[in-house]
Design a binder for this molecule. Structure first.
Ligand SMILES: *[C@@H]1O[C@H](CO)[C@@H](O)[C@H](O)[C@H]1NC(C)=O
Ligand SMILES: *[C@@H]1O[C@H](CO)[C@@H](O)[C@H](O)[C@H]1NC(C)=O
Ligand SMILES: *[C@@H]1O[C@H](CO)[C@@H](O)[C@H](O)[C@H]1NC(C)=O
Ligand SMILES: *[C@@H]1O[C@H](CO)[C@@H](O)[C@H](O)[C@H]1NC(C)=O
Ligand SMILES: *[C@@H]1O[C@H](CO)[C@@H](O)[C@H](O)[C@H]1NC(C)=O
Length: 910
């Protein structure tokens, strides 16, 4: 071996040696050693173990954790002076049992009771040594079955150290060690039920070791066996003789000559951190003469096991001056160490082999006197251990800490034990993890888990979380904004709790952007749209707007009064208004003249073409000419004419006049320069309506409809509301048109009943379709669909290759997800106020229940739409105020003046 560089570490001595290998008598003895292998790790100490000497008692021993599993109180062990702690507060699973008194007579106290784990596949103790991670620890788990359950059947089960398997326990009286350098500040020791009986444990001990000793390249040391060579009798050594509380078993073969010294060996030094107890080193064995080696045979668990051996030497014979014992060691006939070992009087040294660890079916160590020396070989103590690979890495520490906090905070009653993710077959119920190294918690489902209190910040420490389901608990408080810090969160279910306040805008935005499936339903006091949060603010905003409007209106009023006065005095054309000329009858000749002989077609309706016309006073008009062949058309024509002669409203298209000369029939309307809403919303239109314009159109149309429903007696039902029946004038003011199907609500027996199927597919009230029961709410439904078209920019019916899709089928899932961003017409490119958009969506939603009775009246819809518009205006004003800087004058958007002026001061027809 290339041990030269490791000379210091292994304390080599050169000694000439005469090796006599294969000595049969020693081999027999060694076979005995080898033969004990299977039981080696769990020797029966309970009766045989006692202390050689007592040192001072310590109430607290640095680096020790000693747990009496199932113990009812803390105490100091009378044999060792080690304080043991009851496990009561360390574990919340398992059941305590006591060993029957007949077999517990001279037992150590920590073995007199135990904790068993009938429930759950894995149960864990979590050790938290002060020294923390990346330190070296020896952990020992003790088991004393004592037939506590009267079944007389020793259970078998597995132990895990951290996230890796450690050993299968199948002893009724013994212990297992592991030497381990944890990557975490805590160490889980888990008992795994493998279906061969109920796992149990009697005691659990942790000892902090010096980091320089028992060093391995990864992995942990198990199957640890320690022999105090040359000691006769049954008594072992442990704490306080051994500062690390290692257990040393006596070992002496007949053909070995035991030697001992009364002198103290100062073993606890910086040079030898192994700190082999003085009492262990003071005994040793030697052979009869220098020709005879000390042979040791070791059969590892299997031939591939990576094995570690530690030889501890100290010269304990007082030699004549100039004499020195020099030893060599062979393994299976080969040099185990290149160098010889020179022993100094009462000076301990430890020999460990260099890397790599050794392996083989049977390991034969031969310690012999170096060539040319006359002193026989000796050995004071030996340890063997097997490397256990630790392939699994624990879950990312931040995740573990966060989930532990959550477990503690909500007293999660699930069987959550050990590492949350690793090994994967033990990952906690309700969570899933990534397979990355280290594992991360990517989803957490605590639905229906009786969680109470507020949503803890610990959730936001699960940084890799993609899905969080906290639905159907009793969570209170607000929906915390910190959940938005979870970069990968794509599902958040908070439904069915008692959350209050509003959903933070940032979460709503994630939802709108399609990055988060957000469920917040069934929280009675939770405001989904973030509006309630702003109620107060909104009131303020409205107050500010209202007072500004008032000022402007007063000014306008004064100004227009003056202007009108002046115009009147100058005989100006104030009476140009089409209202004045309404219901006027025209001759067919006049109609020809007005339309310039039907020169310009501007539309085509169900019962005839529509032409552009110009009255004598240059007022543009639209002339709808009834086709002579249409009897149906005639009925609708007459219905419309009758209705429009009766009702007048600025948001209903006005009838300028009519022509009724035998077969020649025409209706003359005010000209709507900007066509109909359908054209504006169509995909081919490049001049996209702004959000503001859309809201104004909605408010205008709602005004018109509200007037038909509530301003007319009897009320009028339009029955065919759709975007192509909403016309826009040169100021983009919207007016409802096409009353051909309209009927007065109270006059079911009226003669002009249309046999044409009422309404248009896509806008038809489902209840009316099913029952034929006609009422105002049918229009409300259609209006809701129009609102959705305004919001989304999509047609009511999207014609697909296979089947047609109704807008509601498209809209509903997005609304459920709270995905505003994808709901609102992408052509707006985000240029809208979110609150206003939400509000509009809410209003549209309120209009479309399939039960008519659940839909609001138009006056309610109108009021809501005005609020919605106010929200958008508030946004506009905020922006303006920013650009105006510190000028105190508020500039109100002209559109709003227009609207408020009209709605508040124009005379109503009712
Ligand atoms: C050690 O001391 C004991 C008694 O104190 C004595 O009998 C024994 O001979 C001593 N051994 C050595 C090697 O001096
Ligand atoms: C060593 O002891 C063995 C066994 O007692 C004996 O056969 C052998 O001759 C001895 N050798 C020496 C060099 O004394
Ligand atoms: C959470 O668990 C419940 C019940 O086990 C289940 O219905 C729900 O779908 C789960 N949530 C997620 C997000 O998978
Ligand atoms: C929640 O509490 C109820 C009533 O106390 C109980 O029946 C139920 O098992 C609990 N559920 C969970 C998951 O702890
Ligand atoms: C919570 O919402 C998510 C996403 O919509 C869903 O997958 C999950 O099943 C819901 N949980 C329950 C308990 O319904």
């Amino acid at each position: 071996m290339d041990g030269a560089s490791n000379l210091k570490k292994v304390w080599l001595l050169f000694v000439l040696a005469i090796a006599i290998l294969g000595n049969s008598r020693l081999a027999a003895g060694n076979n005995q050693y080898a033969g004990r292998k299977l039981d080696d790790e769990i020797p029966d100490y309970q009766s045989s173990f006692s202390l050689i000497t007592h040192c001072s008692m310590h109430n607290l021993i640095l680096g020790f954790i000693s747990i009496d599993c199932g113990g009812d109180e803390d105490y100091i062990d009378k044999d060792t002076g080690i304080p043991y702690k009851s496990d009561k507060e360390l574990i919340d699973t398992g059941i305590v049992n006591t060993i029957p008194s007949d077999s517990s007579g001279n037992l150590a106290r920590y073995l007199k009771n135990l904790r068993r784990f009938p429930q759950g596949k894995r149960n864990c103790y979590t050790l938290r040594p002060e020294q923390g991670k990346n330190n070296n620890y020896m952990i020992r788990a003790r088991f004393f079955y004592g037939n506590y359950d009267g079944k007389n059947q020793t259970p078998a089960f597995d132990l895990q150290i951290g996230v890796n398997e450690w050993v299968t326990v199948n002893t009724d009286d013994g212990f297992y060690h592991v030497i381990h350098v944890p990557l975490t500040d805590y160490i889980d020791v888990c008992l795994v039920n493998t279906g061969q009986g109920v796992p149990y444990i009697s005691a659990l001990e942790l000892r902090h070791l010096d980091n320089s000793i028992y060093h391995t390249a990864g992995g942990a040391l198990t199957n640890i066996v320690r022999y105090d060579i040359g000691r006769e009798g049954d008594l072992g050594v442990r704490y306080p003789n051994d500062v690390y509380d290692r257990y040393w078993s006596p070992l002496q073969f007949d053909d070995w000559i035991p030697i001992t010294t009364n002198s103290t060996i100062y073993s606890h030094s910086d040079d030898n951190a192994y700190s082999i107890p003085d009492v262990v080193l003071r005994t040793a064995a030697k052979t009869q003469n220098a020709s005879i080696p000390l042979n040791l045979y070791w059969t590892p668990p299997d031939s591939l096991s990576k094995c570690y051996v530690y030889f501890h030497f100290a010269e304990i014979e007082k030699l004549e001056a100039g004499q020195q014992r020099k030893l060599k060691i062979n393994l299976n006939g080969e040099r185990f160490l290149v160098e010889s070992i020179k022993l100094d009087y009462l000076s301990p040294q430890t020999i460990v082999q260099n890397n790599p660890p050794i392996s083989g079916k049977r390991l034969h160590f031969s310690i012999y006197a170096a060539e040319g020396t006359k002193l026989p070989p000796i050995l004071n103590a030996v340890e063997t251990a097997v490397l256990k690979e630790l392939p699994n890495k624990p879950t990312a520490i931040d995740d573990v800490e966060a989930i532990m906090e959550i477990k503690k905070r909500y007293r999660v009653t699930r069987h959550w034990q050990g590492d949350p993710c690793v090994p994967s077959e033990f990952s906690w119920d309700g969570l899933s993890c990534s397979n990355k190294n280290p594992s991360r918690i990517i989803s957490l489902n605590l639905s229906s888990s009786n969680l109470t209190g507020v949503i803890t910040t610990s959730f936001s420490n699960l940084k890799a979380l993609q899905s969080l389901d906290l639905s159907y608990n009793d969570l209170t408080g607000s929906v915390p904004e910190f959940l938005a810090q979870l970069q990968n969160l794509n599902t958040l279910n908070l439904s069915g709790n008692k959350l209050t306040g509003s959903v933070p805008e940032v979460l709503q935005k994630m939802s709108r952007d399609g990055n988060l499936v957000l469920s917040v339903g069934e929280n009675p006091d939770l405001c989904v749209s973030d509006l309630c949060n702003r109620k107060k603010k909104k009131v303020l905003v409205i107050l500010v707007i209202a007072s500004s409007i008032a000022v402007v209106l007063v000014l306008l009023f004064i100004f227009s009064a003056l202007a009108i006065n002046r115009m009147k005095r100058h005989g100006g054309m104030v009476t140009k208004s089409i209202i004045k000329s309404q219901n006027q009858q025209y001759s067919y000749f006049e109609v020809v003249s007005i339309t310039n002989n039907f020169k310009t077609i501007i539309g085509e309706g169900g019962f005839g073409k529509v032409y552009l016309g110009k009255l004598k006073d240059e007022t543009q008009v639209a002339v709808k000419l009834l086709s002579t062949s249409s009897y149906q058309g005639y009925k609708e024509f007459r219905a419309e004419a009758q209705l429009l002669m009766r009702v007048h409203h600025r948001n209903l298209v006005s009838l300028v006049g009519y022509c009724d000369e035998g077969e020649k029939k025409a209706l003359i309307y005010e000209y709507m320069a900007n066509g109909n809403l359908h054209q504006h919303l169509s995909v081919t239109n490049t001049n996209v309506l702004t959000w503001n314009e859309r809201l104004h159109i909605a408010v205008d149309a709602a005004h018109g409809l509200e007037y038909l429903h509530n301003g007319c007696k009897p009320p009028i039902i339009h029955r065919d509301l759709k975007p192509s029946n909403i016309l826009l004038n040169e100021h983009m003011q919207a007016k409802i048109a096409d009353f051909g199907l309209s009927r007065a609500f109270a006059t079911e027996s009226d003669s002009h009943v249309s046999t044409r199927p009422a309404g248009t597919l896509g806008y038809l009230d489902p209840e009316f379709q099913a029952s034929g029961n006609l009422n105002k709410k049918s229009d409300v439904y259609s209006f809701g669909i129009i609102l959705f078209e305004l919001i989304t920019g999509r047609p009511a019916i999207l014609r697909g290759p296979v089947r047609n899709n109704h807008i509601l089928d498209w809209v509903n899932p997005l609304i459920e997800r709270g995905d505003v961003q994808n709901l609102v017409d992408p052509r707006l490119e985000g240029e809208f106020n979110t609150n206003s958009a939400w509000k509009a969506i809410e209003i549209a939603m309120s209009c479309i229940p399939s039960l008519a009775i659940q839909r609001p009246d138009m006056n309610h819809v109108l009021a809501e739409l005005k609020e919605c518009l106010a929200l958008e205006m508030a946004r506009g004003r905020t922006q303006r105020m920013e650009t105006v800087g510190n000028k105190t004058t508020l500039r109100i958007p002209s559109k709003m003046i227009h609207l408020e002026y009209e709605s508040d001061t124009a005379p109503h027809a009712r």
